[in-house]
Write a protein of this length. Structure first.
Lengths: 219, 432
């Protein structure tokens, strides 16, 4: 019964609070970032060039020629992790139910076993990326607390979700509560770690595409 | 060290940090917020690929600037600073970073093309140099070049008398007239120090082409130098002085268009940074010489004949191609008279730098590293197997000539404008 009370709390007030903190954090960070403004570019732009900010938002998801073979692990594991994570969040039927409960909208999900495979693939990709972070001199030099904290807080929801789904390790109700707590931690920390790239990268790509398109280059 | 001769006051850490604060805007904050430390930028940087040294990872070259942003422009950073948990940026650190920001970055822009989150790392290096110069951590070679440019008009100290001597030579050699200070003409032609000193044939070639195209043009005795060390060192106040001379001359002579010579960063300086440095739009156009040649060609004013029948390739100067948008024009021109023109791997906007752009070639301290970085170009050339390389940047040309010599490579380097002039259809009628 204690487990149920915990679950009721974590998916009630705790979820509301963490969603609220996440939203407030994102708004604050956007204000900090975009509030700095940008001077108008007075150089006459090329009007016949390819590319635009909007185009780069999409094209930057694809490695430029020659880049893939220079670091295939980062690209492959990066794709697997991101697609896997996205699919498990928004295409897993129980998650869709939660979203319907909160926002009133829903869509068809993927079959459970497929989500299961994607979850395991994402976990494996994350482990590979962590190992690569330890062993690659470039990544190791760039890495700090943020990178490892972000890794742990991204790994936990996937892992606990997998364990809950398979009724492993802990009693199901408790594991589900732990899973939701891990998601809440992720939400609260997202705006203040590199996980904020999930929001800011769209702006960064747009700026990059816009800056270069003005010069006649599709970036 | 003190940037003697730079008339912008005493360099101090505080001035440097203020310059950092001034260059941080929404794009920079967004870029720093987005970095996930994936390290892919290193794979695009020839200073990393040719050395394998992780310290050359492009985004890491910005670490001091990133910390100023994090500590002063984010709530979390400000709290950390308040609690004494933030590591302040010091003079010693900036000195340590100087070789990373100046010697191992030619501002070629490849990293900005590959960053998966879209960070324009090159733009941030350009901005970071403002703080490096203001805090006195720019390399001596660049400080000297900038001082000479401000004092004498040219980073190499080239005086108008030298230009006059070349005008005389070219007038005789090419049988053309070279107008000076002529009002109301179509084009104001600029040169780079390298062209004046090493490749004066550029001037003769331009004269010959203008004659065939029936265009009017002029040189200006007080604005002949197109290069801008202020851009390379990161001193916008000085860059403004240098660009201002060209703008004043263009307006005084009432020209329709200013032609940037075969020099990469000169084009960036006047075409893209110029109006922003001056704080106003220009009433005249700015074009790279290749754009003008292509305009002439497409309007039928320039007719070329195909005679350069040997395997050759084209080296895209970064600031003209990737950072300037001029990459189709040289190919259109070459296809007209060079039937054996072949592309290098990664040609066009993803081409590899010569290793000496962005002030690296003016920085003696960087020379050994520049030769190592050239191994990338060397590999591209060996893979293609051609013995002739054409380019459109005098700085690339000098840097590559030195490096080819260093590696005992037998490759001929040619300037595209000169080649075009040698392949005009009515060559015999024009040449004396």
């Amino acid at each position: 019964m204690e487990h149920l009370a915990l679950l009721t709390f974590v998916r009630g007030p705790a979820l509301d609070w963490s969603l609220g903190l996440c939203a407030a954090g994102i708004i604050l960070r956007l204000f900090e970032t975009l509030g700095l403004g940008r001077k108008a570019d007075l150089a006459k732009p090329r009007d016949d060039g390819p590319g635009s900010g909007w185009q780069t938002i999409f094209t930057r998801s694809i490695p430029p020629a020659g880049m893939f073979r220079r670091d295939p692990l980062t690209y492959v594991a990066g794709y697997v992790f991101h697609f896997g994570l996205l699919a498990t969040i928004v295409l897993f039927v129980p998650h869709i139910e939660v979203i319907r409960g909160v926002f009133g909208v829903s869509w068809p999900g993927l079959p459970g076993p497929l989500v299961d495979v994607l979850t395991v693939a994402s976990l494996v990709a994350l482990i590979l990326l962590l190992v690569h972070r330890f062993y690659s001199p470039v990544k190791r030099l760039l890495s700090g607390i943020d990178d490892y904290l972000s890794w742990v807080l991204t790994f936990l929801p996937l892992l606990t979700g997998y364990l809950a789904f398979h009724h492993l390790l802990l009693e199901y109700t408790l594991m589900l509560a732990v899973h939701i707590i891990s998601v809440e931690l992720l939400l609260v920390i997202l705006p203040f770690t590199k996980l904020f790239h999930s929001v800011s990268l769209w702006f960064s790509r747009w700026y990059n595409g816009d800056i270069n398109a003005r010069k006649g280059v599709a970036s | 060290m003190s940037p003697a001769g730079i008339p912008s006051g005493q360099a101090t850490l505080e001035r440097g940090l203020n310059a950092f604060r001034e260059v941080i805007d929404a794009p920079v904050a967004s870029f720093f917020s987005s970095c996930v430390h994936c390290g892919l930028c290193a794979q695009a940087c020839l200073f990393y690929t040719e050395t394998g040294d992780a310290k050359y990872t492009p985004i890491r070259k910005l670490e001091p600037l990133r910390r100023v942003w994090q500590q002063e422009y984010t709530l979390l950073g400000r709290v950390q600073k308040l609690l004494g948990l933030a590591k302040p940026v010091t003079d010693a650190e900036l000195e340590e970073w100087s070789p990373l920001v100046y010697d191992s970055c030619s501002m070629c822009g490849r990293c900005s093309m590959v960053c998966p989150v879209g960070n324009d790392i090159t733009l941030m290096i350009r901005r970071m140099r403002e703080g490096m110069a203001a805090s006195g951590h720019a390399p001596e070679g660049l400080i000297e070049a900038t001082s000479r440019a401000v004092e004498s008009g040219s980073p190499a100290g080239v005086k108008w008398a030298t230009v006059q001597a070349q005008i005389k030579r070219m007038t005789t050699q090419f049988g053309i007239e070279i107008p000076v200070n002529r009002q109301g003409v179509d084009y104001l032609v600029l040169m780079s120090s390298w062209e004046i000193l090493n490749y004066p044939e550029y001037l003769g070639a331009v004269g010959k082409i203008m004659k065939q195209a029936g265009a009017t043009w002029t040189l200006c005795d007080h604005a002949y130098e197109a290069t801008n060390s202020g851009i390379q060192i990161g001193a916008s106040d000085l860059a403004r002085v240098l660009v201002g001379r060209i703008v004043a001359a263009a307006e005084e002579l009432k020209v329709k268009c200013v032609i940037s010579p075969e020099c990469g960063h000169a084009y960036s300086a006047i075409r893209w940074e110029g109006p922003n440095l001056m704080g106003r739009k220009f009433g005249f156009e700015v074009k790279h010489i290749l754009e003008v040649l292509d305009d002439f060609r497409s309007s039928g004013r320039l007719k070329l004949k195909g005679t350069l029948d040997k395997p050759l390739t084209y080296h895209d100067p970064c600031q003209i191609s990737r950072r300037g948008g001029v990459y189709e024009q040289p190919r259109t021109l070459l296809h007209d008279f060079a039937p054996q023109f072949k592309e290098m791997s990664d040609a066009g906007v993803m081409n590899w730098c010569c290793g000496g752009g962005g002030g690296v070639s003016a920085n003696e301290r960087a020379e050994p590293l520049r030769f190592i970085a050239f191994k990338r170009k060397k590999a591209q050339l060996e893979e293609l197997g051609v013995k002739t390389m054409v380019t459109a940047c005098a700085n690339c040309r000098v840097v590559m000539e030195e490096a080819l010599e260093h590696y005992h490579m037998d490759i001929e380097l040619l300037g595209l404008t000169e080649l075009v002039a040698e392949h005009l259809e009515h060559d015999n009628e024009v040449a004396s």
